[in-house]
Write a protein that binds this ligand. Structure first.
Ligand SMILES: Cc1ncc(COP(=O)(O)O)c(C=O)c1O
Length: 474
């Protein structure tokens, strides 16, 4: 990397070059062994006489910061780490302040820490991902040929991936769309952001499930929306409790997060009728439908919608890896161009080589095979946890029925005087990570309970993890 040296408005040029190179070495921007440009090249770049640079380099060499090797060039001295005398001056923290909303959100890496018994929800088993197949798929897309996917592409995404997704969700979920209706995004998260840009303005009311998945409400709030939490019961979102003047409703009907219920057909119909009366948009988040262990899948709202007001959102974070950041939006035609435009001004498009590789993975049958393999793995974990909860935790937890996805939820019957917080503290000391149900509440009183994920924990560690968890309730 070229070191930036600025001589603008400076007088003693040799001293400036010396000072700036020295401080780059001292504060670690240049590391031991890093090459410096030859004096002739540095002089040409800076528009100074070669002698000016030579004087600076001689002084740096004299003080032991750099050394020249005949025939190979000038380098930062390997021993410079020991010669550091001063450290870089701390920069002023700055006078700028974010808008108040941004103080309410922390950017964190929730999964940075490895935990012996990881029951956190929202992640698949990354150890069982087909890495060899994907290395080959990606290598194929990263050749030096001038293939279109190596240049800027269309904001809607890679053509073949859009078609492959349309076929996949058409077959497996009966979603009615063609590749033209699909826009590829960086996960559900960006899908919701793009939808928010297109449909939500300051002061608009947006309804979300309560309890519910936190990112959507944050995203819509960031666009200026007023968030209304709406109760969820055993049939899904309680449509009668939706207030008027709601511009958009976000929900996860096929496997409500976090309670796990599937929205009943009468409720889905009632929601569509309500949306027609109120001229509202519906965002259907279908995030983990691929993993179904029994029962019939429910029909997506997108299929039942006759007015073109449902926007269907999907992700590959559960079926493949969240780190890939690949998701998609199926938008009604009336907002399709605006969705493309919003994606365009946000980041132009998602990474094309990854999209092209995924298109091939789906079209070659690799994706379906991987989902089948993972379904079998998750089914075992789901059954083991459900059995243990009904058997060993029956006096303290009530398991909510759920036959889909990567987590189970249980409501606390009796957790002792110090509540679920104390249980979770004991769990953390026992090497167990998991989510408390109350952290997903909005304005309804928090409900005590646990959300137990089984994507990240190996099947072989389940029994011990559950035994330890049981002890945390004593
Ligand atoms: C309800 C819900 N939707 C979507 C996602 C996936 O989000 P993304 O595609 O941004 O990784 C998750 C992940 O935990 C989720 O719980």
């Amino acid at each position: 990397m070229e070191l930036h040296v600025s001589l603008e408005g400076r007088k003693n040029l040799s001293r400036e070059i010396y000072r700036q190179v020295r401080s780059a070495i001292v504060d670690g921007r240049l590391r031991p062994g890093d090459p410096l440009p030859p004096t002739r090249e540095m002089a040409r770049r800076l528009g100074v006489a070669r002698m000016t640079v030579t004087i600076a380099y001689d002084r740096l060499a004299g003080e032991g910061f750099i050394l020249s090797r005949v025939g190979s060039g000038t380098f930062v001295n390997e021993h410079v780490a020991n010669t550091r005398t001063t450290s870089r001056e701390p920069r002023a923290s700055g006078v700028l302040r974010p808008r108040p909303f941004w103080n309410s959100i922390r950017a964190t890496n929730l999964f940075a820490e490895r935990v012996p018994f990881d029951f956190r929800t929202g992640v698949p088993d990354a150890t069982l991902f087909p890495y060899d197949a994907w290395r080959k798929l990606l290598a194929r897309e990263l050749r030096a040929e001038p293939v279109p996917s190596n240049l800027y592409g269309h904001p809607a995404g890679h053509r073949e991936l859009r078609d492959a997704i349309a076929r996949h969700i058409g077959v497996s979920r009966a979603v009615q769309c063609s590749g033209d209706d699909v826009t590829i995004t960086n996960g559900t998260q960006q899908a919701l952001d793009v939808i928010g840009r297109v449909l939500v303005g300051p002061g608009d009311r947006v309804a979300v499930e309560d309890p519910g998945y936190p990112p959507p409400r944050r995203i819509f709030e960031s666009h200026g929306a007023c968030i209304v939490g709406v109760r969820v019961d055993e049939e899904g979102l309680v449509v009668e409790e939706l207030p008027d003047n709601v511009r958009l409703v976000y929900l996860s009907p096929s496997h409500q997060f976090p309670l796990g219920v599937s929205m009943s057909l009468p409720r889905r119909i009632a929601l569509l009728e309500w949306a027609d009366r109120n001229n509202a948009a519906i965002v259907e988040d279908d995030y983990d439908r691929e993993f179904r262990f029994s029962g019939r899948p429910i029909e997506p709202l997108q299929v039942l919608d006759t007015s073109g007001r449902v926007i269907y959102v999907g992700t590959f974070s559960k079926t493949l890896l969240p780190a890939m950041r690949l998701g998609f939006v199926v938008a009604p035609q009336s907002i399709r161009d605006a969705i493309h435009a919003a994606k365009f001004i946000t980041d132009w498009h998602s990474a094309m080589p990854m999209q092209a590789a995924l298109a091939r993975f789906i079209n070659d049958g690799g994706f379906a095979r991987h989902v089948r393999k993972m379904s079998a793995v998750y089914r075992v974990r789901h059954e083991k946890i459900a059995a243990a909860l009904s058997r060993d935790f029956a006096d303290i937890l009530e398991l909510l029925p759920s036959t889909v996805g990567l987590h189970l939820t249980a409501i606390a019957r009796n957790v002792g005087p110090n509540g679920m917080g104390a249980v979770l503290e004991r769990a953390a000391s026992a090497g167990i990570a998991l989510h408390e149900l109350s952290q997903f509440s909005i304005n309804r009183g928090p409900r005590d309970g646990l959300v137990i994920g089984y994507g990240a924990i190996a099947t072989a560690r389940l029994d011990e993890g559950l035994d330890r968890l049981r002890e945390c309730f004593l």
